[in-house]
Design a protein. Structure first.
Length: 261
């Protein structure tokens, strides 16, 4: 999916990131999102071993975010579904399944906010269709500390959407798309190699998160039940399996954060 670069930073900036238990990352295909010289993550939960709770909401009108590099103008996500004969109830179900993928991988929990204006992640359709989908990650903080303040996810209403894989790569599956965008919204970038859900190019070979996807999320927030059950080695891990890339948030992508020709 097309996405333009995000504008977010995170609370943790370190050579080593220790999680409990720490995750062995050698050979894993993942990349942590680094913007303006910081790794992007939501503020740590209190107490430290509690799940990081992230709220979300669906746009219920026309909203504008003048400083956003992506998703600057959004409308209700239903505008992206009607032509594909997908109901809002079906969309909600696919979104819930996408959030559960990440809850299984990392110690995070998604809850729907009562007020969209107060939601951590706001989901909608673009007002002016561009690419496929984008994620915008906003920063907050001062005195050298940065964290994700809000993430925006927007779908192109002019593109067709579907539920389930059928081999047609010209129409994107909603659950796969939303899971990919949520990965950006919690602090993951595009790895350099194919074979993970967070890779920039859409395909229909991944039916869920790969080991690399789970490693990346678990490094940031701690291991979730599916990752822990996978038998992954628990050792101190380096915070990023790859070069974090540009520090200005200008990561290229055709299936995520930024647009690639």
């Amino acid at each position: 999916m097309a996405r333009r670069a995000a504008s977010a930073i995170a609370t943790a900036i370190a050579t080593l990131l220790i999680v409990s238990p720490a995750i062995h990352a050698e050979g894993s295909n993942y990349k942590l999102l680094k913007l303006q010289g910081h790794l992007a993550k939501w503020p740590a939960a209190q107490p430290a071993d509690a799940a990081t709770t992230i709220s979300y909401a669906f746009v219920d009108g026309i909203v504008h975010h003048k400083d956003a590099r992506n998703c600057g103008s959004m409308q209700p996500v239903s505008r992206a579904l009607t032509a594909s004969n997908i109901s809002m109830a079906q969309f909600r179900e696919e979104f819930a399944k996408a959030t559960r993928m990440w809850e299984e991988a990392a110690n995070i929990h998604f809850v729907e906010a009562d007020n969209p204006q107060a939601a951590d992640i706001l989901v909608g359709a673009q007002v002016k269709g561009v690419g496929r989908a984008f994620t915008n990650v906003e920063l907050a903080g001062r005195d050298g500390t940065r964290h994700i303040h809000r993430s925006l996810i927007c779908l192109n209403p002019e593109m067709p959407w579907k539920i389930g894989f059928d081999g047609d790569l010209s129409t994107y599956d909603l659950r796969y798309t939303l899971a990919h965008e949520l990965g950006h919204a919690i602090g993951l970038d595009h790895p350099s190699h194919a074979g993970s859900l967070m890779f920039y190019k859409y395909d229909e070979t991944q039916t869920g998160l790969t080991h690399g996807d789970m490693v990346g999320a678990a490094l940031i927030y701690g291991a979730g039940p599916a990752f822990a059950a996978s038998g992954a080695r628990t050792e101190t891990a380096q915070a990023s399996g790859e070069d974090p890339g540009p520090a200005d948030g200008s990561t290229p992508s055709s299936f995520g954060l930024g647009a690639k020709p």
